[in-house]
Design a protein around this ligand. Structure first.
Ligand code: AMP
Length: 516
């Protein structure tokens, strides 16, 4: 199916072709005809499915074909839960509508209201807004809804989670009853179904992917460890697995800042996004991360929705989310629009109930691994969650202990987004380094999906992101050490001393500097 066959007008087709969108995604194939026909829509579309274009393209077309906005009124209103998502949806409307004579704007709290009032004065074809600020604008008389044709609720479940139910009710009461309503939600708890029942009239239902399921293209893995070891394990993985651009989620604002402080102290480029930061600083951090000027972005769940970061390879849950649905949203930042992604969760015994909730919600048992030197003294119990049959993915008690050693000559923290480059350089540097470090270790073949070397290696668990074995995901040329007889304790000692060296900000074993 082509965009052309969806009967989109020429200016939109030209824009899509310039953007390199060859064909509509499944959610676009379903939603574009329905929205063009003026139907209400209830869409279970998770992030990364192309859902924004799924509603923006047909709405832009309808707005172009059907009149123009009167002063202080809005023809199409898109409600979004967070400022970040509002910005992003607004940017999408601007991008897709760049060849159309339409006026659009975005409005959210935390910034001055006056410029938003000024923009509204002439009237808008599209307004993207968060509920609280929109209500303020409406109460001030800055915006009227008498011309409203279409209401879009984007990430409706998140809006309810964030406590916008009352604001939404007040807004719905101000909207004309005759309108088109589109409801997008990643999850469909009872409250969303009730909202849909109230707002939608004979809706077309669109389901782009199973409800509450994470994108199939995201490989998920849990590393179990003790709570106190989390920061060191994170640093170890960042170095040993040579992570490139990584989005990290932590539970609290304080936790976010602590991790950023630790990373910076170790020479990594890191920044944060959370609710305590002023909006311009949050947007700047996001822009720098997108531009690969910052390698690690640490966020609270405020950033979990809506962030569209092109080809983001890895999301890390430094803490598991307290609301299981947020796990789906967090890991939905990677593996977008069919691209492959990895999601790693660092889990301690305290979090077993959160893990159980996630596994129950997503109907799977997440594969687990432990890293030598960081094994949990307080074992994370099996959750017993997930449907029958999924346990095969992570045999009860399965435990793969591995220590990956990077040959990255550039230091503990590679330059942002230099993964592939780094891998090539590593390959060239490999033989000499093998010699230097080879003694007393099993060395498996290299590359993704490769299993252990000879000598009865003990790996049994599922693989690391990037393939099926513990070596998977490592760059070509990486040395992979498995736990053969006696190797576990040796590896543990080596990893502990590496972690200590990192904590001191000094050199790790193998001569790599943490502060280049
Ligand atoms: P969304 O789920 O709306 O956040 O979109 C996820 C990403 O997919 C965005 O970066 C879009 O630019 C991209 N995208 C949307 N539709 C298409 C398409 N038909 N072909 C290729 N990329 C797309």
């Amino acid at each position: 199916m082509s965009f052309h066959s969806l009967k989109l007008i020429d200016p939109l087709l030209q824009t899509l072709s310039a953007l390199g969108y060859d064909k509509p995604t499944p959610v676009q194939q379903q939603s574009i005809p329905a929205v063009l026909a003026g139907r209400d829509l209830m869409a279970a579309a998770q992030t990364g499915t192309g859902k924004t274009a799924g509603f923006a393209l047909p709405l832009l077309q309808r707005l172009t074909m059907e009149g123009q906005a009167a002063p202080q009124s809005v023809r199409c209103l898109v409600l979004a839960p967070t400022r970040e998502l509002a910005e992003q949806v607004y940017e999408s409307f601007r991008k897709y509508g760049s060849k159309l004579p339409l006026r659009s704007a975005v409005a959210y709290g935390g910034v001055a209201i006056e410029p938003q009032v000024t923009k509204l004065r002439k009237g808008l074809d599209v307004l993207v807004a968060t509920p609280g600020r929109l209500l303020d604008l409406h109460r001030q008389g800055a915006v009227g809804f008498q011309q409203l044709q279409t209401l879009v609720l984007d990430e409706a479940d998140r809006m309810l989670d964030l406590g916008f139910a009352q604001d939404l009710d007040a807004l719905f009461a101000a909207l004309p009853p005759q309108r088109q309503t589109l409801l997008f939600s990643a999850t469909f708890p009872e409250a969303i179904r009730a909202l849909a029942g109230k707002l939608l009239s004979d809706p077309v239902t669109v389901q782009a992917s199973p409800v509450n399921a994470a994108a199939k293209t995201v490989r998920q893995l849990v590393y179990t460890t003790d709570k106190k070891s989390k920061p060191e394990l994170f640093l170890h993985l960042l170095r040993a697995q040579r992570w490139g651009q990584v989005l990290v989620f932590a539970k609290t604002r304080k936790g976010v800042e602590q991790l950023v402080g630790l990373l910076k102290a170790q020479g990594a480029s890191a920044d944060s996004i959370h609710g305590d930061k002023p909006q311009p600083a949050r947007l700047r951090a996001l822009e720098r991360f997108k531009a690969h000027e910052v390698q690690v972005l640490v966020a609270t769940d405020v950033a979990a929705r809506g962030l569209d970061i092109h080809a983001l390879p890895l999301v890390v849950n430094f803490d598991l989310p307290t609301v299981a649905e947020d796990y789906v949203h967090r890991i939905g930042r990677t593996g977008r629009a069919g691209a492959e992604g990895n999601a790693v969760s660092i889990v301690c015994a305290d979090e077993v109930e959160l893990l159980r909730a996630i596994e129950t919600l997503t109907r799977q048992v997440l594969p687990r691994e432990e890293i030598a030197g960081f094994e949990a003294d307080h074992r994370v119990p099996s959750t017993g969650a997930g449907p029958a049959g999924t346990k095969a993915a992570a045999p009860r008690g399965a435990k793969a202990v591995s220590q990956e050693v990077s040959r990255d000559p550039r230091g503990i923290f590679g330059a942002p987004a230099a993964q592939t480059k780094g891998a090539k350089r590593d390959k060239a540097a490999a033989p000499a380094q093998d010699k230097a470090r080879g003694a007393g270790r099993q060395q498996g073949p290299v590359g993704p999906g490769v299993t252990a070397g000879p000598g009865g290696a003990k790996q049994r668990g599922p693989g690391t992101p990037g393939g099926t074995g513990p070596a998977a995901g490592l760059p070509k040329g990486a040395v992979f050490v498995t736990a053969g007889r006696g190797a576990k304790s040796a590896a543990k000692v080596a990893a502990k001393s590496a972690a200590k060296a990192m904590a001191r900000g000094g050199r790790s074993p193998g001569g790599r500097s943490g502060k280049r």
